[in-house]
Design a protein around this ligand. Structure first.
Ligand code: ADP
Length: 490
């Protein structure tokens, strides 16, 4: 079966968060399961420069003459063998900055055009008669950047290619001025509350949710949560309406996240040989980040986008009380300016005990996840979250809020769960500073009980977070859709 996987990020070429990791690992797992997957991405400079030997599949001028020149390139992702189709359109993608924002941190004004074009190319590849020798049986659209594809497919002649829309974060919706409806070649008749319109604006994500054949999100708990007014970001009514087509499939983590062979780490370790390797990672990290070198003091790590979603303020608000305990804190992140400046102040207040790096640094993120004793992830909501799974894999029990994928992946440490050898971390119910502080204090007390701590670490390290089952679940959905598409409707 042939799958076109459309995404705006893919690790290691372009990454702002978990979507990049998923767009790398899931297509590879699907290929291992025997599916013919191709990934369609925009040709940002970071993608083109690392594409290696690429060939031109076709030009795209006929599709979008005013955005010319544009062409479709074919390469592969590193040495993985995963075919990458890259939309090379310099006027839209060849610029400094990130995939969505300029170097000044502001969204590009022409984002509707940049991702609208990606959607047009994706939909064109699905059109009939097939424009290229390879044409997909199913198109898998990820997040708002690919959300217009299912809407565009509705207006195609011939048998429609079925579509899956995956919501990696409902809070990012791609809502724009309605002027873009016609500018993007969408029919004005679709601009109503049961179509593309959301509070007077054109919504890419709503379009995807409305018109896709199946909708998935990245954990079972989040699939429930987004159907509630509290967590539905205004789209809960539509999601309840489409409940029968909505599924929550928990993300996996890529095999390359493995402390036994991670090239970013100063020392390898696994569940059998844990203590010495973990210790070496910890002391090297302390030294590299300007913390006092002390293998016994608990080291708390946080690697995150610095946003309200991630509950960074819960940490900042409780920090004075937490710092009364003997502990160290290491933070790696980038994001909202006020959080960055509060974190800078904290680092100045506690030299040698708090280290803050305001950057996006992949190797350092691995070293923090491996070298810390405890991983903090107090997110207010979390569609799935990968970092807590990486932390468990690296023997670093996480402290998390009981929400979304965090609730689905972390088993709170209680007498009962320890007895059943299921405990993997520490959870708290409400995203308040008090609840977060209590969970961290519980974790610090448990850290003193070394045998129990080892058990907690090892249980987390042995959990199966592989992509095998999730890939099989996606393959099942594709299969159902393509069979249905091939069956003549009576
Ligand atoms: P989200 O996608 O909401 O940001 P996830 O936990 O699903 O959250 O994925 C975040 C990914 O981005 C993880 O791989 C995490 O390690 C990584 N990450 C986040 N911030 C940074 C950073 N400043 N430097 C390096 N990696 C980061």
């Amino acid at each position: 079966m042939k799958i076109l996987f459309v995404t705006s990020e893919i690790h290691p070429l372009v990454k702002t968060g978990g979507l990049a990791d998923v767009s790398h690992a899931l297509p590879l797992a699907l290929r291992q399961a025997g599916l013919d997957v191709r990934v369609l991405v925009p040709g940002y400079p970071g993608v083109l420069s690392r594409l290696g030997k690429a060939s031109t599949v076709c030009t795209l001028e006929a599709l979008a003459p005013i955005w010319s020149p544009a062409r479709l390139l074919e390469g592969q992702l590193g040495d993985t063998g995963l075919p990458l189709w890259v939309v090379d359109c310099p006027s839209l993608y060849d610029r400094p900055g990130g995939p969505y924002q300029g170097p000044d941190g502001r969204d590009w004004d022409d984002n509707p055009l940049r991702f609208g074009f990606l959607c047009h190319v994706g939909a064109w590849l699905c059109s009939a008669p097939a424009p290229l020798p390879w044409s997909p049986d199913v198109v898998h659209c990820n997040d708002w950047q690919a959300g217009l594809i299912p809407a565009l497919l509705r207006h195609h002649q011939g048998p429609p290619v079925p579509s899956v829309m995956t919501i990696h974060n409902l809070a990012f919706q791609g809502n724009f001025d309605p002027l873009w409806v016609t500018r993007l070649g969408l029919p004005m008749e679709s601009f109503h509350m049961h179509g593309l319109e959301f509070h007077g604006r054109l919504s890419f994500l709503k379009a995807g949710i409305n018109y896709a054949d199946r909708i998935t999100t990245v954990s079972p708990r989040y699939a429930e949560e987004i159907q509630t007014p509290e967590m539905g970001c205004g789209l809960d009514g539509l999601l309840r309406h489409r409940q029968a087509e909505l599924a929550g499939i928990l993300n996996g983590i890529d095999e390359s996240w493995n402390p036994a062979c991670d090239p970013a780490l100063p020392a390898a370790f696994d569940a059998q040989r844990l203590a010495a390797g973990k210790r070496r990672n910890k002391t090297t990290l302390q030294q590299d980040c300007g913390l006092a070198k002390d293998p016994d003091v608990p080291l708390l790590g946080l690697v995150s986008r610095l946003t309200y979603q991630k509950g960074i303020d819960l940490l900042l608000d409780t920090l004075p009380a937490l710092m009364e305990h003997p502990l160290q804190l290491i933070v790696l992140g980038s994001g909202e300016a006020d959080m960055e400046s509060r974190l800078r102040e904290v680092a100045d207040t506690y030299p040698g005990r708090v280290s803050v790096t305001l950057a996006f640094d992949e190797p350092l993120s691995h070293r923090i996840i491996a070298g810390s004793d405890l991983f903090l992830m107090p997110s207010r909501f979390e569609p799935c979250g990968l970092a807590q799974m990486y932390a468990m894999r690296y023997g670093t029990p996480p402290v998390v809020c009981e929400t979304g994928g965090l609730a689905d992946t972390v088993v709170d440490c209680t007498e009962g769960t320890l007895g059943e050898r299921r405990a993997t971390g520490f959870t708290f119910r409400n995203a308040t500073p008090e609840a977060f502080k209590a969970a961290v204090q519980r974790a610090l007390s448990t850290y003193e009980m070394r045998t129990i701590w080892r058990q907690l670490q090892k249980t987390g390290m042995r959990r199966d977070f592989s992509w095998k089952q999730p890939a099989a679940d996606y393959a099942g959905i594709y299969h159902t859709l393509s069979t249905r598409a091939q069956t003549p409707q009576s």
